[in-house]
Design a protein around this ligand. Structure first.
Ligand SMILES: C[S@@+](CC[C@H](N)C(=O)[O-])C[C@H]1O[C@@H](n2cnc3c(N)ncnc32)[C@H](O)[C@@H]1O
Length: 250
């Protein structure tokens, strides 16, 4: 470890609602020298940043990259050479489909000291705000978190949808909206019932949160009909039916 380097904190900002930022994350924002932040961070969380800190947007949205992954890592290494507290603020939890592991690997490789501050992940928070418990003693004793983002030149191992279909009672898919026309037939071929309930939660925990509920046989048509867009979490399984009960609608 090089003694003259500062420290990089990989901080999870949570899914959107500023109240879901951890106390440790907030304290670091308040004393940071530099904050490099992602696209889906709530503007209210950005107001918590030390006014003297340099603020650098590094946001990624589908098809639009303001800074490439290697540029971000290079930037963090450079900043750690001159500043004491460098915060890398990431949506949700840094280690859940947030490339936090990859960034930390490169930073550690460059001799930079790194600490992770976990965040509330959208795959848990968005269903919770939609009144969908991911486990329930009567309906589900297991959950799978999986990426639905499988594009050409993908960097992750291929998702085994056959195994996912049978691996747990609840399936939570990140980055799955655009691939639903591919994912749903995979799950049906694997043997899931067409009547399996599905909920999509968009902008979960933000004031703009929207939900779309259907079944495996209807959801793709529903998404097309209302042009339901990312960022959204997909929840599949009978726990989705609890939403109506917990909302007092049944
Ligand atoms: C690159 S992943 C980052 C996940 C993040 N690290 C986390 O723990 O929530 C981005 C995906 O997370 C999901 N996501 C993030 N924030 C969300 C929100 N507020 N509501 C619904 N989905 C969200 C969407 O599936 C989106 O496409």
């Amino acid at each position: 470890m090089q003694p003259d380097l500062g420290k990089v904190y990989l901080v999870g900002a949570g899914p959107g609602d500023p109240g879901l930022l951890t106390l440790k994350g907030k304290a670091l924002l308040e004393c940071a020298d530099v904050v490099v932040y992602d696209a889906l961070i709530s503007p209210q969380i950005l107001t918590m940043i030390n006014p003297q800190a340099e603020q650098i947007p590094a946001g990624k949205r589908r098809g639009r990259h303001s800074l490439g992954q290697s540029e971000i890592t290079q930037l963090l290494v450079e900043k750690a050479k001159t500043e004491a507290i460098v915060v890398r603020l990431k949506g949700g939890d840094p280690f859940v489909f947030g490339r936090g592991g990859e960034e930390m690997q490169e930073l550690v490789g460059a001799g930079v000291s790194v600490e992770v501050v976990p965040g509330v992940t959208s795959g848990i928070a968005a269903p919770a705000y939609a009144k969908i418990p991911l486990t329930h003693r009567d309906y589900s004793s297991s959950v799978t978190f999986v990426t639905g983002h499988e594009s050409a030149g993908k960097y992750r191992p291929e998702v085994n949808w056959q195994a996912i279909a049978h691996g747990s009672e609840t399936i939570v898919i990140y980055m799955g909206i655009h691939n639903l026309p591919y994912i749903v037939p995979q799950l049906l071929t694997a043997g899931l019932s067409p009547e399996t309930p599905v909920a999509l939660i968009r902008w979960g925990t933000f004031p703009e949160q929207e939900e779309l509920v259907g079944t495996l046989s209807t959801i793709v048509t529903q998404v097309e009909a209302v042009a339901f867009e990312a960022p959204a979490i997909v929840v599949i399984g009978s726990v989705v039916n609890l939403r109506a009960i917990l909302s007092g609608n049944s």
